[in-house]
Design a protein. Structure first.
Length: 438
């Protein structure tokens, strides 16, 4: 058990450390896991934890919850770092855990950033998890399916942590103002609008929110009555951005993404880049924007310029790889490309028409000629009878019927005269003419 030094002072610790929740009642967020009656809450309250993995973004409570479990359990709790520990340290801990087991005591091993362990290090845990020498709690920001050995993962329950809601963060910030572990012994004057701005800036990260609040309070002026007054100017200086009118969960969010989409559709690169900047500078998730641009590439450009989709997907990957602020240029490139590209909504029109027919003819049988026939019975029932393999023919196509009988002659894809679709239109006309003649 760790003991504090005589020279340590909690007030010298950063605000997120001082305000770390001590029990489930103080824990903020993750109601889908820790709400009344939820499985994980019951496991913790009954001291009946099994091997588990906490997966989620930084600063949303994974390590904090492990600390709460440590305070709640009657088991020996060992805190393990994947950054500083190797196989030697793992084996020493496992030997101690095996000794504890023989004397009837459970051992919980918490491994922060477990994804940093390589396969050999993770394998060192496996036999002890299997025979119950330890209960493993791993925390990771990476997808466990890819970063944790399948054998180890199969023996753990995975709980997915969600980014904290703005309301959760505002509640946490208010507690930081009043709690004596925070600024409860100070006179801090800060309005709800400023706390909401900090919460939105933190983007679901409690540690970020508390660190920002601490910076804002420490940089604010103190009046003659000893009151620390947080002003809009100080707030903007500390979060390095203006409080733009933008609510990520409200109407303005949808207004601005609509403005971006329609500016690109109207081939206005300047307006498109402006609305992009409005979103990014207000803290919008770049991945969300990249998804919308990818949708636009097929919905509004389509085969008029097939490269649009490639550009959009590349921008999405760049956002995923490097994040903000560096990925702003990748999104800018994608948005300008979309705005300048020739436009065609033929993809969406084709799908909507086909979807309507699909819904109205849901029981329409697949023509026998294009059914697969993997069994003798199916062949006897004429599945695949008369099928014509296109590559066996000089023109690489046949006049074989592929639509259900009731839909023969229906046309869904109607190419426009824009960009590359002029070529596709000519090609489609040639195909249809050939099939008509054959």
């Amino acid at each position: 058990m760790e003991q504090n030094s005589l020279f340590e002072n909690d007030k010298n610790q950063p605000l997120p450390s001082r305000l770390r929740p001590r029990d489930l009642d103080e824990f903020v967020g993750q109601k889908h896991l820790l709400g009344e009656g939820r499985v994980l809450r019951k496991l913790i309250e009954n001291d009946n934890i099994t091997s588990i993995i906490f997966w989620g973004n930084p600063g949303i409570g994974k390590t904090t919850l492990a600390r709460i479990i440590a305070n709640k359990t009657n088991s020996q709790f060992i805190d393990f770092s994947a950054v500083t520990s190797g196989i030697k340290e793992i084996k020493l801990v496992m030997e101690q855990a095996e000794t504890n087991r023989k004397f009837g005591q459970k051992t919980i091993v918490f491994v922060d950033e477990i994804h940093r362990f390589n396969k050999a290090q993770q394998d060192a845990f496996l036999p002890f998890v299997e025979k119950g020498s330890i209960i493993l709690i791993g925390a990771t920001t990476e997808n466990p399916s890819f970063e944790i050995n399948s054998a180890l993962l199969s023996r753990c329950k995975v709980f997915v942590f969600k980014p904290l809601e703005t309301e959760d963060l505002v509640s946490l910030l208010k507690r930081a103002i009043t709690d004596e572990r925070g600024f409860g012994n100070e006179k801090v004057e800060v309005d709800d609008e400023a706390l909401t701005a900090i919460a939105k800036f933190a983007n679901g990260d409690a540690r970020n929110a508390l660190s920002t609040l601490e910076m804002v309070v420490l940089n604010s002026d103190v009046d003659n009555d000893g009151v620390i007054k947080v002003t809009k100017e100080i707030l903007e200086q500390c979060i390095s951005k203006k409080s733009l009118l933008y609510d990520k969960n409200g109407e303005e969010h949808y207004n601005i993404i609509s403005a971006l989409h329609k500016s690109m559709r109207n081939s206005d690169p300047d307006a498109a880049v402006y609305w992009l900047a409005r979103m990014l500078e207000s803290g919008e998730d770049p991945i969300y924007i990249a998804r919308r641009v990818t949708r636009f590439a097929a919905e509004d450009v389509g085969l008029a310029d097939p490269r649009a989709l490639e550009i959009a997907v590349a921008a999405y990957q760049a956002c995923h790889f490097i994040g903000m602020p560096e990925c702003n240029v990748h999104l800018t490139e994608a948005v300008i490309y979309m705005a300048m590209a020739p436009k065609s909504n033929a993809m969406e029109v084709a799908y909507m028409k086909a979807a309507s027919d699909a819904r109205n003819s849901i029981a329409e049988p697949v023509p026998l000629v294009i059914r697969n026939a993997p069994t003798k019975l199916m062949k006897e029932l004429d599945y695949g009878k008369g099928y014509q393999y296109a590559h066996d023919y000089e023109e690489k196509m046949t006049s074989m019927q592929c639509l259900p009988d009731s839909l023969v002659g229906r046309e869904y894809y109607i190419p426009t005269e824009q960009g590359f679709e002029v070529k596709y239109k000519t090609r489609l006309e040639q195909i249809k003419e050939w099939k008509k003649n054959h």
